[in-house]
Design a protein around this ligand. Structure first.
Ligand code: FES
Ligand code: FES
Length: 157
């Protein structure tokens, strides 16, 4: 079927098999490989993107389900900031919120969504909000610090 999705503000339209997953559409059709595939079974969150502003695991959404909708990937975050980074990306860098970085795009997209819903979260709220995202390097402490930093709160530990 023909699928048309606004990806990071740019229309992307392509004929794809009906069963095509959104993550494959983003990586293979739109050419945006920042959205990672870690498990393909809804467990890891590496594939997290925003669908009409809400975070979703793009390995659990058919491209057809996103037809006519707007998707934001990690590549779409960087506009309009002084160093080309979104504040959440900058906070991940400053707080060392990544090790191998494989989980990072999904963590960042989930964090952007979390902060949109709860601009001043506690550390416990950040942990709860990111529980669907796994970091195999177990870098959670600094990831939580990064989200606290991005929220403009003092990072205290
Ligand atoms: Fe989608 Fe792991 S690849 S949750
Ligand atoms: Fe390696 Fe999270 S930084 S999986």
């Amino acid at each position: 079927m023909k699928v048309s999705i606004e990806v990071n503000g740019r229309p992307v339209a392509e004929e794809v098999p009906d069963r095509t997953l959104l993550v494959h559409f983003l990586r293979d059709t739109a050419g945006l490989t920042g959205t990672n595939i870690g498990c393909d079974t809804t467990s890891c969150g590496a594939c997290t993107v925003l669908l009409d502003g809400e975070s979703v695991k793009s390995c659990t959404v058919l491209a057809a389900q996103a037809d006519g909708h707007a998707v934001t990937t990690v590549e779409g975050l960087s506009d309009g900031t002084e160093d080309g980074l979104h504040p959440v990306q900058r906070a991940f860098r400053e707080q060392h919120g990544l090790q191998c970085g494989f989980c990072t795009p999904g963590m960042i997209m989930a964090s952007v969504s979390l902060l949109a819903d709860n601009p001043k979260p506690t550390r416990d709220e950040v942990r709860a909000g990111l529980e669907g995202n796994l970091c195999r390097c177990t870098g959670y402490h600094n990831i939580v610090s990064a989200v606290i930093d991005a929220s403009g709160q003092e990072v205290d530990g």
